[in-house]
Design a binder for this molecule. Sequence first.
Ligand code: TXA
Ligand code: MG
Length: 322
Amino acid sequence: MRTELAQVDPDNPDPLIIERAANLILAGEVVAFPTETVYGLGANALNPTAVEKIFAAKGRPSFNPLIVHVLDEFSAIQLCTEWPTPAHLLVHAFWPGPLSIVLPKLDLVPSITTGGLQTVALRSPSNAVARELLVATKVPIAAPSANRSTLLSPTTAQHVASQLDGIVPLVLDAGQTTGGIESTILDLTAEYPRILRPGPVTPTDIEAVIGVAPELPRGPVEQITAPGMMEVHYAPRTRLRILKPDESPPPSSGAMLLGKSPCGAQHIQMPNEPAEYARLLYATLHKLDQAVVPEIVVEFPPDTPAWSAIRDRLRRASGKQV
Ligand code: TXA
Ligand code: MG
């Protein structure tokens, strides 16, 4: 299959390109497109044959559920058996944006989309290209990150092409994503809300809206749905290691540093601000992964709530669970 990269204006996408992408999705194909977090690989969430193509393209195990993207609260309610008050408050505060909420699903949502679970993760993206695609297709779009399973998430169309060239028909290229790391996933199916994956919307943000502090992850979200099955996640091909507090980066390594001084050609000073760091995280890992280095070392950011999503992604990239 030939993969086409179509340039689109991130703020004002060309309707003809959106229509082409929408027609592919309505015909049961997959299309890679930008969201404000990372690029997604989308298909009609209600068409099991189309969703199957996402799993095949990614090499993703069938038990790992997909996030379903919707235009707004109204479209989300059509897919769930209940819509509790916290869901209403949270989507009012954070949609469109990087918060996915998990609720019990209606039968309308095929079980392949939710990895066999009776719940569905829903999110309304703010990126204009993603939104126009939802408007044009009028269907919910299931979209995991547009990378091969276990490899690095893509924040540019070139990252997508480097992993999925020849496997997907169309990649909408709107340049680098603005957010950089995947959405926060919040489970609202139990008595207390629980964060399954930390992300841009923090526990403090959530507590401010619903008046209850969410429980924190027991482990990476993949452990919850499939205990112990997926050790390495969001990982570069090159081995990644977290530096000890008193350790200097080896000069031959690729390095992502905060306070420590660079002393090698592939040592990169990262921003000291979490949102800026997040925006560059995957792009930097992709770059270091392409440089020929024996290992990538990372100076671990501070253990504060503002850095927790980034610490989570770095930990997973190193293959560690804790
Ligand atoms: O920012 C994002 O969330 C990006 C963009 C494309 O929207 N998507 C993304 O999808 O990160 P993915 O498939 O790479 O990660 C989705 C995670 C998976 O780890 C999956 O286990 C979890 O969401 N998930 C999906 N549905 C779930 C459910 N019903 N219950 C628990 N976890 C769920
Ligand atoms: Mg992913």
